[in-house]
Design a protein around this ligand. Structure first.
Ligand SMILES: Cc1cc2nc3c(=O)[nH]c(=O)nc-3n(C[C@H](O)[C@H](O)[C@H](O)COP(=O)(O)O)c2cc1C
Length: 324
């Protein structure tokens, strides 16, 4: 299938997750068979002001393609300027507009993310202007609405399509739900029935069965996964085997999980300092080590380490101990 002119092979898409979906995690998702990866959101204003930390967030490797870079913002002018800058710096295959972020700093203070869902005219203007400003396809990621009184995903999706968006991702929770409650997949189905551009369904996919169920129940073109991949990028491979070969592959062994931490660290070191990488890997280690004997004491030990080599040493010892 295609999003605009971008060929997408497969069904599973890595979700944009702030602090997580950077080049390292995206490469891992890609190696596991992700059809498309979304980079974590970057602020339009920060890019416009040429904030170096934000520009550094645009780091990517060619092997991550096709890749979508997401922007969050609140006004048309800075969205356009940021989109042009992103295109210049990284030539992403797709630029995505965030209309779903619920956190107060974004959705309330900055009137960005999910706040945009409250103003359909503004949505139209922003999407149209960004589409006209970059040569790549533009997609939009939305929630079901601002709150339960204002569920407008279908209307928003139609407006985005009219304005030239090449695909819509829908995470069917309202802004006020945050991440609580259950994603209402029925809204994905309604959005799919209302537009002719590809629809990416998102929310609460945790295993091969929920992945297949979302595709079957909603008719969406692609499925996007976020939290279900934390510490478990193998899920992408499992889903692909299940969907395309009807086979159930075995879960990763403890050794494979530890080796993945080594790989994750090495990929982080491609663009981060040793100190930052050793801090960032901590949360991933917590997720990767779930289910491994003595995981809690290992995590505690790792939390006292401040360099990649020290962390690797703990993991080498853990691996040895698992075979004693
Ligand atoms: C830690 C974290 C960070 C996130 N950051 C973003 C983001 O930058 N942009 C975005 O559109 N959604 C973001 N999301 C939402 C996810 O992309 C996704 O819509 C949501 O987690 C539901 O999917 P899931 O049930 O598969 O996790 C984030 C979610 C989490 C848990």
């Amino acid at each position: 299938m295609k999003i605009g002119n971008v060929e997408v092979n497969g069904k599973v898409v890595l979700a944009p997750m702030a602090g997580i979906s950077n080049s390292a995690f995206r490469r891992i998702a890609k190696e596991m068979g992700a059809a498309l990866v979304y980079a974590e959101m970057v602020s339009d204003k920060a890019l416009v002001y040429k904030n170096q930390k934000t520009i550094d967030m645009l780091y990517m490797k060619e092997e991550e393609r096709p890749i979508a870079q997401q922007i969050f913002g609140s006004d048309k002018e800075s969205f356009v300027e940021a989109a042009k800058l992103i295109y210049e710096v990284m030539h992403p295959d797709i630029i995505d507009i965030n209309m779903g972020c619920p956190v107060p700093k974004v959705a309330q203070r900055a009137q960005a993310g999910a706040a945009l869902l409250k103003d359909v005219n503004k949505i139209k203007e922003i999407v149209k202007a960004v589409v006209e400003s970059v040569p790549c396809p533009v997609t939009v990621k939305i929630r079901s609405g601002w709150d339960s009184e204002h569920i407008n995903a279908v209307e928003v999706a139609k407006v985005c399509e009219e304005a030239g968006a090449s695909a819509i991702t829908i995470h069917p929770r309202t802004r006020s739900q945050g991440y609580s409650g259950k994603a209402d997949w029925n809204i994905i189905k309604k959005v799919k029935e209302s537009v002719s551009i590809p629809v990416i369904g998102n929310g609460d996919i945790v295993d091969i069965y929920s992945a297949k169920r979302m595709l079957d129940e909603t008719g969406c073109d692609l499925i996007m996964i976020g939290r279900g991949l934390l510490g478990n990028p193998w899920l992408i491979k499992e889903i692909n085997s299940y969907l395309f070969d009807s086979s159930i592959i075995s879960k990763p062994s403890s050794d494979e999980k530890i080796d993945m931490i080594f790989k994750h660290l090495d990929y982080l070191l491609d663009f981060e300092s040793d100190k930052r990488a050793s801090l960032e890997i901590r949360m991933h280690i917590g997720w990767y080590l779930r289910g491994i004997p003595n995981a809690n004491s290992i995590k505690r030990e790792i939390f006292t380490k401040t360099s990649v080599n020290e962390i690797k040493e703990v993991l080498v010892n853990l691996k040895k101990s698992l075979h004693e």
